[in-house]
Design a protein around this ligand. Structure first.
Ligand code: ATP
Length: 367
């Protein structure tokens, strides 16, 4: 048994009627890690979490927790706690009673209950609020009660399903920081479902990006950002995401060097918004028309309409002086470009090598 693995899924499938929601999935969750299950609505994240929790049974495959086969085990026998989006607090019980409810049901001794309650209140910064009812707390405080309840359970694995989605943007940011700090301090293994890539990028040790019931890519946030395995991955990670341009619509000098990568395949060129350079129109063969400028404080987003019909966003570290309708030149360093097959989005070789290839001097020169 590999003790670094807290949860292992092997060949897990689940269908609802004819709809296969989870497609023969293999996955490992490292001990003490926060792993984000990320993906668009309906891709199967919550179903996967419920299969882990034992709230659903897989049609096939095996769920192991701490090396033990728990595929057929009841949720209560799996040694894990859960935190839901809806908090799931009892409105008629006060905060202390809500936090202690599970311990009481399990018959934990009163003195032990009091001690664990005090520890959890201190960890989640809820001291002084014990006697209040959930309705008398803010959304952020309620979510902290749900966290405290998960902590007192004393399990080393916690499953969280979109725990921050009922909070406003500012609160989401601070509670997200609290969850991460707590997870690291307690050394918990957390499986965290979210559709928000900034949350996953900011919190996770590992991101498992899902689409249509399968895993598109899994790795550290940096791996997904720097080396997206598919065009889907490229356009899901990053805010704004990577811009994808049909290679055939780009002027020939910008296409040079791509043909050997794609062969006969139509390709998409991907460039992150921060890697575009806005240059004088006379120094490049690719032009764009400014359709919008957003000032964000530390940076500006410049929206450009390209002749081929692609709309792109350029991220500029300065306050932009560009105006609507301005015509600008656009370039990028070839080492920052990614190439994907247009048909299924698979990653082809990175353009980097070709940028410095003597066979394509024009590409580097133009950019
Ligand atoms: N009990 C159920 N019966 C039938 N279909 C279901 C059931 N639960 C989920 N589904 C379907 O399975 C698919 C995946 O749902 P799931 O809730 O796992 O997605 P998700 O990625 O968590 O989405 P969201 O981010 O919107 O919560 C959806 O098409 C959903 O309609």
């Amino acid at each position: 048994m590999n003790t670094d693995v807290a949860i292992r899924l092997t060949g897990i499938s689940k269908s609802w009627g004819a709809h296969q929601v989870i497609k023969s999935l293999d996955l490992e969750f490292g001990r003490g890690q926060l792993v984000a299950l990320l993906g668009p609505s309906g891709c199967g994240k919550s179903t996967l979490l419920r299969l882990l929790a034992g709230l659903e049974t897989p049609d096939s495959g095996r769920v192991e927790i701490d090396g033990k086969d728990v595929t057929a085990a009841a949720p209560s026998a799996r040694g894990l706690s859960m935190v839901f989006q809806s908090y799931a607090l009892f409105p008629h019980l006060n905060i202390a009673e809500n936090i202690c409810f599970g311990m009481q049901v399990r018959g934990v001794h009163a003195a032990e209950r009091r001690q664990r309650l005090q520890d959890a209140l201190a960890l989640t910064n809820l001291q002084g609020l014990e006697q209040r009812k959930p309705a008398q707390l803010s959304g952020g405080q309620r979510q902290r009660v749900a966290l405290a309840r998960a902590i007192v359970a004393g399990h080393s694995i916690c499953l969280m399903d979109e725990p921050l989605s009922n909070l406003d943007a500012k609160l989401r940011h601070s509670v997200r920081h609290e969850i991460r700090a707590l997870q690291q301090r307690l050394g918990m293994t957390v499986v965290y479902v979210t559709h928000d890539q900034t949350e996953a990028m900011g919190m996770a040790d590992k991101i498992v990006l899902m689409n249509a019931g399968g895993i598109v890519q899994s790795g550290t946030p940096a791996e997904l950002y720097e080396t997206p395995a598919t065009a889907f991955s490229a356009s899901f990670i990053g805010s704004p995401p990577m811009m994808l341009m049909a290679a055939e619509k780009l002027p020939p000098p910008l296409r040079a060097g791509i043909a050997p990568i794609g062969g006969d395949v139509n390709t998409l060129i991907g460039v992150r918004p921060e890697h575009f350079h806005i240059v004088a129109p006379s120094s490049t063969e690719l032009f764009g028309t400014v359709t919008g400028v957003e000032f964000q404080g530390a940076e500006s987003y410049i929206y450009l309409d390209l002749p081929g019909g692609d709309d792109i966003i350029v991220r500029s570290p300065e306050k932009s002086r560009l105006k609507l309708g301005d015509r600008v030149g656009l370039g990028w360093n070839p080492v920052d470009a990614h190439v994907f097959a247009a048909d299924d989005g698979r990653r082809l070789l990175r353009l980097a090598r070709y940028g410095h290839d003597s066979a394509t001097p024009k590409l580097a020169a133009v950019l």
